[in-house]
Design a protein around this ligand. Structure first.
Ligand SMILES: Cc1cc2nc3c(=O)[nH]c(=O)nc-3n(C[C@H](O)[C@H](O)[C@H](O)COP(=O)(O)OP(=O)(O)OC[C@H]3O[C@@H](n4cnc5c(N)ncnc54)[C@H](O)[C@@H]3O)c2cc1C
Length: 390
């Protein structure tokens, strides 16, 4: 796409944002009950869908088809106009869609991709109490019985599971095979009898994560995605989606958070302090670096083996530095009004809560320690870390 065409595209997105981004959503989404949050998120998703902006990263035949530069522009403009984030549909449009597109059958794609566009919500049931970083240690079992698998076990940390219609589920189908070989991947209807979702209260006061208890849950064999026992390979598609293009949006949103921080420094008079100005300049430089890294990652025909890990690590630690500074500048008053707009993700402007929540981001999709190991081994070619099963 030529620069002129991209400028036209940007102008169109800008006009659309001016007309459609709800101006008062931060206030209106602060302290609302869960159902109101879900209704707002679903409505906003449909608004974006009508404009062709909800799933820009999907193939054209399924309703997407934007080039990477167009996607970058779209996210830049949405962030610049402070549009609400698609917090509730995040797993559906990224993790679930990428997995279906890469490994699903035609029937599975035709069943689920249009339903996601119509508002179906997905969660991801990978982690278990003793299987996080060491995901292949998972013990939830799926035993074949006729046309179904009977699933028993427990999942934890499933984001948004309380709202979810479907779950991306990993379960062990062969207990005797080596760790990674006996796992299968299922699409599980969350309304199946035996599925019990229990929200987990977090340090921020929200209950975004859930435990999922599975007691003799019958999952039709037709809902297995990929071959039996080869779910580990399919899971790599899901994890790749989690670590890849999502960063394009998150980096722009962090830019939005930084602009709110600069605004706050202006309001409080902190901008008159040369030390504050220095620290803001340093953060802005880091943000520019993050955006450059993202651009390299998404534009690269063959990204380096550790590029996604570098971006994820840098993003999550920069998010902590920005929200930490915001907490400091916002001062005591920020600690007395601990409410945040639910549709904002980690950049709500309720600084102490954003700071606490920023630590979450160093964990999912591989913790910072795991990312550093990947960067060391695959990026720098350092000797592999010793350890069981490695
Ligand atoms: C915001 C958020 C959203 C999440 N969403 C989901 C979701 O939707 N679905 C889902 O299934 N899961 C989800 N998770 C769970 C997440 O994937 C796990 O928490 C993560 O994989 C880490 O596993 P763990 O918590 O068991 O920690 P552990 O693996 O027990 O790790 C504990 C500590 O030990 C370190 N460590 C472990 N192994 C090594 C090693 N080999 N080398 C160096 N250090 C090591 C870790 O880095 C960490 O600091 C989410 C978590 C968060 C915080």
């Amino acid at each position: 796409m030529t620069a002129a065409l991209l400028d036209d595209f940007r102008a169109g997105v800008r006009d659309w944002c001016r007309e459609h981004v709800p101006g008062d959503w931060r206030r209106a989404q602060t302290g609302v009950p869960d159902e109101e949050f879900a209704a707002f998120q679903k409505g906003w998703f449909q608004e974006l869908r009508r404009a062709g902006y909800a799933v820009p990263h999907w193939p054209a035949e399924w309703g997407g088809g934007m080039s990477v530069p167009e996607q970058a522009v779209l996210h830049e403009e949405l962030a610049a106009h402070d549009a609400p984030r698609l917090v509730l549909a995040f797993v559906s449009i990224h993790h679930a869609a990428s997995t279906l597109l890469a490994a699903g059958t035609d029937a599975q794609r035709r069943r689920h991709l249009p339903a996601i566009l119509d508002g179906e919500i997905w969660c991801q049931g990978f982690s278990e109490p003793d299987a996080g970083s060491d995901l292949a240690a998972l013990r939830t079992s799926a035993r074949r019985k006729g046309d179904a698998y009977i699933v028993n076990g427990q999942k934890c940390w499933a984001s948004g599971a309380a709202h979810a219609d479907w779950c991306l589920l990993l379960a062990r189908t062969d207990p005797d095979a080596p760790k990674r070989r006996g796992i299968s991947y299922f699409l599980m209807d969350m309304r199946t009898p035996g599925v019990d979702v229990r929200p987990t209260r977090q340090a921020t006061g929200e209950s975004h994560f859930c435990e999922i208890f599975l007691d003799d849950v019958a999952v039709p064999a037709a809902n297995r995605i990929g071959p039996e026992h080869e779910g580990w390979r399919v899971a790599q598609e899901t994890l790749g989606a989690e670590r890849g293009m999502t960063m394009l949006e998150l980096a722009e949103r962090l830019g939005g958070g930084f602009r709110r921080l600069v605004g706050l420094c202006g309001e409080t008079g902190a901008l008159d302090d040369p030390v504050t100005r220095d620290r803001l300049a340093a953060l802005e430089t880091e943000l520019t670096g993050l955006r450059a890294l993202c651009a390299k990652l998404v534009a690269g025909e063959r990204p380096g083996p550790a590029d996604a890990s570098i971006v994820k690590l840098f993003y999550s630690e920069l998010l902590q530095r920005v929200t930490d500074f915001g907490t400091e500048i916002a001062g005591l008053s920020a600690h007395t009004d601990l409410r945040k707009p639910l549709s904002s993700g980690w950049e709500s402007g309720a600084w102490p809560l954003d700071f606490v929540a920023s630590w979450e981001w160093t964990i999912p999709g591989g913790t910072s320690e795991i990312q550093r190991t990947i960067i060391g081994e695959r990026g720098l070619g350092l000797p592999r870390e010793p350890g069981e099963g490695r």
